[in-house]
Design a protein around this ligand. Structure first.
Ligand SMILES: [Zn+2]
Length: 375
C-alpha cells in the first residue's frame, strides 16, 4: 500500500499507513502560513479490501466547521468525482472505502489542473472577440492571465470577473469554465446580448502558484490575496497588484469575485453594504441582481450566507469591498459550497464541477438582467 502526493496540487502528510484499516493522515500548511484545509492524494493498494482513513488535527485547520457534514471527494478516473461519507468528531475526519480499483484519488474538492487552466485560456482565445494576455508573473514565475472578451466601444460597460484568489476553491474555476462557454457560444443569445453592451475582463485563476502548490488560501509567499487590495505589492502580491493596475486603467462597472465556502452548505453572495459610499442606487442594483439570480436558478438562495457588514465597517482590503468603493459599482463575492447546496442536495456527488459550471452559465443570465442598469 502506498500513498502519493508528489504531483500538481498534491497535499498530504502520512502519519501511519502500514495497515489498510488504520491509515492516519495530516494536511500540510500553505507555505509560510498557518492555513491548511486542501488535501489531494492518491492511494495505490489492493482493491476490494476495506480501508479506514483518519484525517487528523483538523481542529486547528483554517475552517474546522468545514469538516462537519463534509463528505470526501474521490475518483478512479480523475474525470468523475464522487463522495465518500465521512464522520467528524471535532478534530479527526474518519472515512472508510473499499476501492474498486488499485489506484484511487482523494481530494477536498474536484481538482482543476493547471493544464486544464491553460486549455481554458487557449480555447477561449480561438473565439474571434476574445484576447489572451499575460499581465505579468507570479512569485513562482507562473503567468497571471487575463481574457478580454468583446469589442471596446462607446458606452460599453466594463465587467470584471475573477476567480481562485483562494486556490483551493477549485469550484471557482469550474464556474469560470461554464461562464466562458456561455459567453463565447455564438449560438447563445445571452452571451450575444451581453457582448453588445459590455466588455468582459476575466481572470480565471488569480493564484496559479497556490493552485499548483496545493494550497488552500495563499500564494507562494503565504499571502492571502483577498486581504491585499488596499496595498498590494509586486514583492508580496503581484497577482493583485497587476490586476488592480489594469482595473484602474479600464474602469469597472461591475465586479464578481468567485469563491468556495468551506462551512456554509449553500450558494450565496456577499455584497458591499459596509463600504463608505454605499447608497440607495447601490442597494437597488444589488437587490435587482439577487432577484434575477433567484428567478433564474434554484441553485441560488439569499437566506443563508455571511452576516451583513454594519454601515462603514467593510474590510476594504478585500477585493469586492475595494472595487465596490473605488468604482462605486455593483460588486459581489460569489460563494459556492465544498459540501452541497442543501436546498438541492445530491447524496452521490454533492456540490460538483458540473453544477459549478451550470451556476457560472446562470450567473451570466443574471448579469444580462442588470447590465443596462450599470453605469
Ligand atoms: Zn475564498
Amino acid at each position: 500500500m502506498n500513498i502519493f502526493s508528489n504531483f500538481e496540487s498534491g497535499n498530504i502528510d502520512v502519519v501511519k499507513a502500514d495497515q489498510p484499516g488504520d491509515i492516519q493522515l495530516r494536511i500540510k500548511k500553505d507555505n509560510q502560513s498557518d492555513f491548511y484545509q486542501w488535501f489531494h492524494f492518491r492511494l495505490e493498494t489492493q482493491a476490494q479490501v476495506e480501508h479506514g482513513f483518519e484525517l487528523q488535527d483538523l481542529a486547528k485547520s483554517a475552517y474546522p466547521e468545514g469538516w462537519k457534514d463534509y463528505d470526501v471527494v474521490a475518483s478512479y478516473d480523475r474525470e468523475e468525482w464522487f463522495r465518500i461519507p465521512a464522520e467528524f468528531d471535532g478534530d479527526t475526519l474518519r472515512f472508510k472505502v473499499i476501492p474498486e480499483q488499485r489506484s484511487m484519488y482523494f481530494a477536498y474538492f474536484a481538482p482543476y489542473s493547471y493544464d486544464r487552466h491553460l486549455d481554458l485560456l487557449h480555447q477561449a482565445q480561438m473565439n474571434f472577440n476574445c484576447e489572451l494576455e499575460t499581465l505579468g508573473s507570479t512569485l513562482d514565475n507562473n503567468d497571471i492571465s487575463l481574457l478580454t472578451v468583446g469589442e471596446p466601444g462607446e458606452g460599453k460597460k466594463k465587467i470584471w470577473i475573477i476567480a481562485r484568489q483562494h486556490p483551493g476553491e477549485t469550484m471557482a474555476e469550474w464556474f469560470m469554465e461554464g461562464l466562458l462557454q456561455r459567453l463565447l457560444d455564438e449560438t447563445d443569445t445571452v452571451g450575444r446580448a451581453l457582448l453588445e453592451r459590455a466588455v468582459f475582463y476575466i481572470v480565471p485563476n488569480m493564484n496559479p502558484d497556490g493552485s499548483i502548490r496545493g494550497h488552500l488560501r495563499t500564494n507562494a509567499a503565504g499571502i492571502n490575496l483577498n486581504r491585499e487590495w488596499l496595498t498590494p505589492s509586486m514583492e508580496k502580491s503581484p497577482e493583485v497588484f497587476l490586476v488592480r493596475e489594469r482595473m484602474l486603467e479600464t474602469g469597472v462597472d461591475m465586479f464578481l469575485d468567485i469563491h468556495g465556502d468551506e462551512a456554509i452548505p449553500y450558494n450565496f453572495v456577499a455584497g458591499c453594504e459596509g463600504i463608505p459610499s454605499y447608497d440607495e442606487r447601490h442597494a437597488t442594483l444589488e437587490h435587482n441582481f439577487k432577484q434575477a439570480l433567484l428567478t433564474i436558478t434554484p441553485e441560488f438562495q439569499d437566506d443563508y450566507g455571511y452576516d451583513k457588514d454594519a454601515p462603514g465597517e467593510a474590510n476594504l482590503s478585500m477585493g469586492t469591498a475595494w472595487v465596490g468603493e473605488q468604482f462605486k459599482c455593483l460588486a459581489y463575492t460569489v460563494e459556492m459550497p465544498f459540501k452541497d447546496h442543501n436546498l438541492q442536495p445530491d447524496a452521490f456527488y454533492g456540490w460538483s464541477p458540473e453544477r459549478s459550471l451550470a451556476f457560472g452559465q446562470d450567473m451570466l443570465a443574471a448579469v444580462r438582467v442588470v447590465v443596462d442598469q450599470l453605469r
